[in-house]
Design a protein around this ligand. Sequence first.
Ligand code: NAD
Length: 363
Amino acid sequence: MTDHRINPTALATTIENILLADGCTADEAKTVADHLVLASLSGHDSHGVIRTMRYHIWVEDGTINPDTPLTTILDNGPLLQLDGNDGMGQWLAREATEQGIAKAKEHGIAIVALRRAGHIGRIGTYAEHACAAGMASIQFCNVNGSLLVAPFGTARRCIGTDPVAVGIPNPAGEDFILDFATSLVAEGKALVAGTGGKPLPDDALVDADGRITGDPRALYGDSLDTPNPDPRGGPGALRAMGDHKGSGLALACELLAGALTGNGANRPVEGQFGNGLLSIIIDPKTFDDTGMFGREVSDYLDFVHSSPPAVGVEKVLVPGDKERALRAERTANGLPMPEPVLAGILATAKEVGVKVTSADLIK
Ligand code: NAD
């Protein structure tokens, strides 16, 4: 069955209304809804509007708490430590980024440690936000309470899908936005494969003995035969990307964004879900005594873009290109959405008393 094409503006309003009905403030509801729609428009459907149903459940069971402030633990020169109190992650991370940008403008650099945030979504969003203010940034994120990934050399789950992002502003062109999970594949992709969709690469997981496999049962076990496959149900794990190197980066996320921020690194017993985020925000003007930064970034990215494509590659891209191209296509033609996702959003809307029909959303 082909996907529906959805009007992104109407969808954002619907999600905003669901979040308002769930008790979010107007600013939280708009920030989270816009974030989810933008993630989907950017092609990261696993971190987009599909999360609407899960957030509603999480509000109901207390995993995330609407209308929750951001508490300042430390505010000292360029350093900020913030506690999200398990509030709405995208709103908390946007506030943290705003405060970090203000500090970087004042001091040349800011280091922001955010702990106990509800799901903050696509972390490239915060790199984009910093770039829009002319700032470079490096973001390390950990996902406490979500043991899915085995480090190099073991089958034991020790890590979340901990993402990393780097944003570099390009004053003369498109910004460089690198943003990826440190697991070889996202959990959402394993679920798709396990339920009859596109198969996983045959090195995406490890089984209970640490043998490399592409079989999603390593992650879900027999729960794959139920309507709600549980990624905690299997004896194996997702693999960290990039063998020992990617695995090392994932461990650094646990230590920098988990241990250092105060969010906590993962432990054998899953506790409360929470994202930790360590953001280093740099004003490029700080080091740009020769005034060459902007030209260097632009010329360098042009140099890379102009490289001859390898066999089977249509065009050489740099990080951020793919998301921008998808955003343009999906904004023009509508957001592709499988029927079960549309049905889930409409059912959630109905449950909380938001009046909307599929005709209001389909483009
Ligand atoms: P991915 O594997 O799609 O990689 C995306 C990155 O690769 C982007 O920077 C993209 O521009 C770049 N890229 C893609 N194709 C390219 C090409 N041909 N040439 C050059 N660069 C290219 O991303 P992912 O690992 O599936 O992560 C998906 C999202 O999930 C991310 O936005 C991440 O932040 C998010 N995430 C969030 C959490 C959380 O707890 N909040 C956890 C895990 C992942």
